[in-house]
Write a protein that binds this ligand. Sequence first.
Ligand SMILES: NC(=O)c1ccc[n+]([C@@H]2O[C@H](COP(=O)([O-])OP(=O)(O)OC[C@H]3O[C@@H](n4cnc5c(N)ncnc54)[C@H](OP(=O)(O)O)[C@@H]3O)[C@@H](O)[C@H]2O)c1
Length: 250
Amino acid sequence: MAERARLLLLGGTGEAAALARRLAGDARIETITSLAGRTRTPAALPGRVRVGGFGGAAGLAAYLANEKIDLLIDATHPYAARMPHAAAEACVRTGVPRVRLLRPTWVRAPGDRWIAAGDLAAAAAALPGLAHRVFLTTGQRDLPAFAPLTEIWFLIRLIEPPADRLPLTQCQVLLDRGPFRAEDESALMRAHRIEAVVSKNSGGEATYGKIAAARALGLPVLMIERPAQPSGETVASIENCIAWIAAQRN
Ligand SMILES: NC(=O)c1ccc[n+]([C@@H]2O[C@H](COP(=O)([O-])OP(=O)(O)OC[C@H]3O[C@@H](n4cnc5c(N)ncnc54)[C@H](OP(=O)(O)O)[C@@H]3O)[C@@H](O)[C@H]2O)c1
């Protein structure tokens, strides 16, 4: 490995941004953060940033070789279903060491009324009969699964205004970027007379407020399970990522 290692950081999460900021002060690492390009105004990041898909595992393998990448950290969101697998395959092909940074899941606490849903369709199927007013926090791309539920009113929270008309019959859109405090989430849910929450098990602090608020209000949470992850080394924190980088360099 060269004196200054080139690191490709697959991002799109708060952890990836925090890791990029941590590595910005390390002269021995050159970090390139990669974003899918879903957010039109992503938060500012230090170091080099590239935007857009690579074209599957083959495209990423070519990028790793062309850019002479030494290390890859996959810090994509726990619900990014394709990128982690493409990264695993591309790194096997090219021999680039890879680690997955994956937040631990939230764990059910006493008083939680979670209902496990295998996927978005299962969550949508469980809603009729459970609630008429639902706080749906899964993200804009996941809304079509709920389109058939014309009798249910949804409160949707998005980071930026939707580019297209939303596929829901009855909904209100809130624009906001986390972190969200439990007290504020509780007040929001009360104000909108929310009866159930639909959430991914994203883990981390930034969006846990709605889970704590649902518990406090006694509301059910339809918790969508995480997609399968590729095998390989996984770390749960930024500190462990930094330690992994150090170990690769020795
Ligand atoms: N899914 C969520 O709930 C969620 C929530 C918050 C943030 N995000 C972030 O949003 C991005 C897209 O999420 P997704 O659910 O669409 O993931 P995905 O299903 O794994 O990705 C779909 C495609 O988008 C491209 N892509 C994804 N992440 C990329 C990255 N960091 N850099 C370059 N290209 C990337 C890849 O295209 P090619 O095949 O062409 O390479 C990938 O095949 C991810 O970076 C993720 O971290 C997702």
